[in-house]
Design a binder for this molecule. Structure first.
Ligand code: TPP
Ligand code: MG
Length: 360
């Protein structure tokens, strides 16, 4: 912990800079070597997340979506860094109400995610869930959850299943790892601590991925949390803990790969705290008038997509035109998702109670 951070906390901890100071005080992590294919894959995934969310804002204000919609802009390096380091349709993923981009990274088609947001029957939750309740068995997405912390025990159960199959049922190939995503505000919720305990006790193959964006709606993390360095709480449980620059997709990916390797080797869970920032208000109903301009500017300069573009182009790994081409393709994919969702049918009223029970 830096001296400045300690001073900031002693002074009340609500200054605009303490979260930023932590980021700047991080030791530079060893960058994973990145080739053209990986670079383009990560860039595409983050760009899809960003442009999908921008389109959601547009559609929300045009009255195409209802209820609360929480966007992920600014946090893309976390979703892409962790999920693209895992094995899709093999490992398991569990999200929060800020779940659109996690779903896209897991491979849920943009058409299905957009349809779900429009409440259409072609949505990944058949139009029953909406923005906060995306689910895809096919893509091993165990859900978005409106209640904070609610997904963590579900993720723990998936990790327990992997371990039980391997150890009790002797399925040697049962090596799936689970990633549970949740926010800083959620880490003061009891379920978080209960699950850390059980995960370590049973050495479960799980990554607890904290997306510390400093804010829980309008509550500053430093005002609400006795020790704001969440990753340190791992030590109390004898678990591996790491903090990482959550605006740097390569740093997140490197940390995730270390944690995944430990988990698959049977060495148990990791608490990974990603220091990040949401570029928009808490939800689309939030005018975002609370946070300081200087704070927003600090994080805007660290835009994870622009940072990756710089690494790729300056390192001559890809050309600027390669990235433009990806952006064009992503824009087409997002427009196609909107057209598809607009034209899709509403769920049939006759089927209101369908899918309530598992055998449906
Ligand atoms: C159990 C529960 N208590 C309270 C709320 C109200 N609530 C909605 S979002 C939120 C803040 C969560 O902040 P954080 O975990 O940091 O996630 P972020 O929104 O920053 O992604 C709260 C308290 C809730 N959804 N569920
Ligand atoms: Mg938060």
């Amino acid at each position: 912990m830096t001296q400045e951070l300690t001073a900031a906390r002693a002074a009340g901890g609500s200054d605009a800079g303490s979260h930023a100071q932590r980021l700047e005080a991080l030791y530079p992590t060893e960058a994973e070597s990145i080739d053209r294919d990986l670079g383009l894959r990560l860039y595409r995934d983050m760009t899809l997340g960003r442009r999908f969310e921008d389109k959601c804002a547009e559609m929300y204000y045009r009255g195409k979506m209802f209820g609360f919609v929480h966007l992920y802009n600014g946090q893309e390096a976390v979703s892409t860094g962790v999920i693209q380091a895992m094995r899709l349709r093999h490992d398991w993923f569990c999200s929060t109400y800020r779940d659109h981009v996690h779903a896209l990274s897991c491979g849920v088609p943009a058409r299905e995610v957009m349809s779900e947001l429009f409440g259409k029957s072609t949505g990944c939750s058949k139009g029953r869930g909406g923005s906060m309740h995306l689910f895809s068995r096919e893509h091993h997405l165990l859900g978005g959850y409106a209640f904070i912390g609610e997904g963590i025990p579900v993720a723990l159960g998936a990790a327990f299943t992997s371990r039980y199959r391997r150890d009790a049922l002797k399925e040697a190939d049962s090596d799936a790892v689970t990633a549970a995503f949740f926010g800083d505000g959620t880490c003061n919720n009891g379920q978080f601590f209960e699950c850390l305990n059980m995960a370590t006790l049973w050495k479960l193959p799980i990554l607890f991925v904290v997306e510390n964006n400093r804010w829980a709606i309008g509550m500053d993390h430093n005002r609400a949390t006795s020790d704001p360095e969440i990753w340190r709480k791992a030590a109390a449980f004898g678990m591996a803990g790491e903090e990482v620059d959550g605006m740097d997709v390569l740093a997140v990916r490197a940390a995730a790969l270390r944690a995944i390797e430990r988990a698959r080797a049977g060495e148990g869970p990791t608490l990974l705290e990603c220091l990040t920032y949401r570029f928009r208000g808490h939800s689309l109903a939030d005018p975002d008038e609370l946070r300081d301009r200087a704070e927003k500017d600090f994080w805007a300069r660290r835009d994870p997509i622009k940072q990756l573009a710089t690494v790729l182009v300056d390192g001559a790994i890809v050309s600027a035109e390669d990235l433009k081409q990806i952006e064009r393709e992503v824009d087409e994919e997002v427009s196609d998702a909107v057209e598809f969702a607009l034209a899709a049918p509403e769920p049939d009223g006759e089927e209101l109670t369908r899918y309530v029970w598992a055998d449906d």
